[in-house]
Every structure is written in structure tokens, then in C-alpha cells.
Design a protein around this ligand. Structure first.
Ligand code: NAD
Length: 335
């Protein structure tokens, strides 16, 4: 393969710097500089450039990394199991290609069972329960190291402090998303405006800012909700065989799982789910930016494994950017 020209090398460097700067604003400062659709567009441009010239892929490329560095103001938590990101499909063809890759790798011709879930637009956290008691909560951070936000997570009512049930795991790490529902977001921004305080750009940004407070009384006053969507460590109880069985187990221990989650057989059922959720989107009461599909069988998930920053057994099917005019930081964003 030919070496990339100087122009291409510089272009890739420029895109990486731009994305890394935006990521820092988004993940560390909770103060996004551009709409997600713009970030995604530039990200794809970099991905295409790297695909055409693999020698351009550097360790600091956003295509190789998750999130950003944790804030030093919090104690740090080393994730025992890394908290990864998800690959994206932006249209039906990309989703069909994903399903084809999955079936080819697994060498199955029949429809694969997937779990389809709304892609909640908040921030990912990890909750560690020891003998049924909430022992630690952490943000994703850069995927390896997160922030210890235990005192703040304890203020969220949908985060159980104690698991329910006769047979609870001796060790359980649950992952899920913290979101701020629309109603609470509007009320919070109205209060902020009245008090001449910072108004939040969107519910995701408000949820992230609220959870990463040094004063947990502020977090407690913010309308945050938690939905569990995966498990990273489990000891002391039998391991479930599928993702859907795992979600049932989480529910049985009193963890909240999103009610829209469904098991779907094959890619056409995924597309039906996608269009159903897209149609419902405005009535859900919280922001979602797509749906996530995960291969249901855990043995198949293990066979499929991971690529650098994401599992091969899951994909996020993003919604088209909404036509709206957002005024943020004095800048008009036509998304
Ligand atoms: P992602 O948001 O595309 O996908 C991974 C995340 O999805 C997980 O970490 C989790 O938080 C979330 N998620 C929600 N529901 C889930 C479910 N049911 N199952 C599993 N995960 C679920 O990836 P990312 O790495 O968090 O962020 C990349 C996205 O962030 C980009 O697509 C971009 O839109 C946005 N971003 C925007 C800016 C900006 O400046 N506007 C900067 C950086 C990133």
C-alpha cells in the first residue's frame, strides 16, 4: 500500500486534534463545543481516512479510545473490566452488514436472536454491589479509569442501596445509564435561569454535570434516573446464559431495566423495533439517540469478542440528527 501524502498525514492530525479537543469539552468539562452530529461527521471522516491508510492510526486517535481522562477532583477507580464504547450503524444497510458479519463469524445461517434496547443519551456508570450492598459507583472515564462518584450515585432513587431477593450475588458489577428526564431538565433549567446560573445545553450534559458534583447535596437536588443494561462481574449465583436472562436477573434484584427492551429474531425484526422506537421517541420522556442491538447468547458474545474500543457482538443504530436550532454558548447550532 502506498504511503499517505504529507497533505493526508496533516489532515488526519487535524481531525484527531479537533475530535480530541471536542471530546475533552464533552466528557471532561460537560460543556460540548459542537452538536453530536458534527462530532460524528468528523469522526467518520477520520475513520475513512484511517481505513484507506492504516499507517495513520495512532494510539491517541479517537477511533482507538473511549471517552476521556477522569477529572482529578474525584478519587479514581480502576475498572476491573474495561468500560467500552459501541460501534455505530447510521443506516439500514450498515445494520444489515453488521448482522451479516455476526452470522459469518458465528457460522450460522439462521436468524440470530438479538436484544434491542433504546440507546439512552446520558452517561454510563458502573455500580458495584458486595453481598447485596452498594459498595462503589464510578463513571466510565477513559474506559480503564473512572471517577469515584459513590456518594452522588447514592442520591439517585432508582439506584438501589441494597439488592432485593433471597439469593443475591456476593459480587455484582452492573452497568447502565444515568439520564435526566425531559420534565426535570426543563424545571432545572428554569431554576438555573432564575438564579442566573449556567443553563445546560441538553439533558445529557445536565445529567453528566449533576453526577460529577463535588457536593452530593447538589446531585441530590437534580432529577436523575438510572437504567441498568449490562453486567460486568458476577459471583455467588449461577451465570445467566443470555443477555435477556441477565436483564431478568437484574430486575429480580430490584435494578431498573428499560421497559422498551425486546428480544428480536433477525435483522428485519431489529429494523421494526428501530422504526417503532423512532416513532415513540418524543413520548418516552427522556432522550435517546438511537437503539442498541446485542447478540443475546453469551457464548456467542464470547466467540465474537472485541475490537479495540467496542464489542463485535453489539452495535448502536443511531437516529438521524433532529432538525432543530439549538443556541448554545452563544452559538447557533443548526443540527
Ligand atoms: P456512544 O454514545 O456512541 O455509545 C456507547 C455508550 O452508549 C455507552 O457508553 C453507554 O453510555 C451508552 N448506552 C446507552 N444505552 C445503552 C444500552 N442500552 N446499552 C449499552 N450502552 C448504552 O459512544 P461514546 O463513546 O459514549 O460516545 C460517542 C458519542 O458521543 C458520539 O457518537 C458523539 O455523538 C458523542 N460525542 C459528542 C461530542 C461533542 O462534542 N458533541 C464529543 C464527544 C462525543
Amino acid at each position: 500500500m502506498s504511503q499517505p501524502s504529507q497533505d493526508i498525514i496533516q489532515k488526519a492530525q487535524h481531525l484527531r486534534d479537533q475530535l480530541n479537543d471536542w471530546s475533552y469539552r464533552y466528557y471532561v468539562l460537560d460543556d460540548p463545543a459542537v452538536p453530536d452530529a458534527e462530532y460524528d461527521r468528523i469522526y467518520r471522516e477520520l475513520q475513512a481516512l484511517e481505513a484507506a491508510h492504516p499507517s495513520l492510526v495512532s494510539a491517541d486517535s479517537p477511533t482507538q479510545r473511549v471517552g476521556d481522562v477522569p477529572l482529578e477532583a474525584f478519587d479514581q477507580v480502576q475498572h476491573e473490566v474495561p468500560m467500552l464504547s459501541l460501534d455505530n450503524a447510521f443506516d439500514d444497510d450498515e445494520l444489515r452488514a453488521f448482522d451479516k458479519r455476526v452470522r459469518e463469524r458465528l457460522d450460522v445461517s439462521d436468524a440470530v436472536d438479538y436484544v434491542a434496547e433504546p440507546k439512552l443519551d446520558g452517561l454510563a456508570i458502573s455500580l458495584l454491589y458486595l453481598d447485596g450492598e452498594l459498595a462503589r459507583a464510578a463513571t466510565r472515564g477513559d474506559g480503564q479509569t473512572g471517577e469515584n462518584i459513590t456518594v452522588n450515585a447514592r442520591t439517585i432513587r432508582s439506584v438501589p442501596l441494597t439488592l432485593r431477593g433471597d439469593k443475591v450475588p456476593s459480587r455484582l458489577e452492573v452497568r447502565g445509564e444515568v439520564v435526566m428526564p425531559h420534565e426535570g431538565f426543563a424545571a432545572l433549567n428554569a431554576r438555573q435561569e432564575e438564579a442566573e446560573q449556567k443553563v445546560f445545553a441538553n439533558p445529557r450534559n445536565a445529567a453528566a454535570g449533576s453526577l460529577r458534583q463535588l457536593d452530593s447535596r447538589i446531585t441530590a437536588s437534580r432529577p436523575l434516573e438510572f437504567y441498568a443494561y449490562s453486567m460486568a462481574q458476577l459471583e455467588g449465583v449461577p451465570e445467566p446464559a443470555t443477555h435477556s436472562d441477565m436483564l431478568d436477573a437484574l430486575r429480580s434484584w430490584n435494578l431498573r431495566v428499560n421497559p422498551e427492551v425486546r428480544v428480536c429474531a433477525g435483522v428485519e425484526a431489529l429494523l421494526d423495533f428501530y422504526h417503532g422506537i423512532l416513532e415513540k421517541r418524543d413520548r418516552l420522556g427522556y432522550d435517546i439517540d438511537g437503539v442498541v442491538y446485542k447478540v443475546n447468547r453469551f457464548d456467542w458474545q464470547r466467540d465474537l469478542g472485541f475490537v479495540s474500543r467496542a464489542p463485535r457482538w453489539a452495535i448502536a443504530h443511531k437516529f438521524p440528527a433532529q432538525e432543530e436550532l439549538t443556541v448554545l454558548n452563544g452559538v447557533d447550532w443548526q443540527v
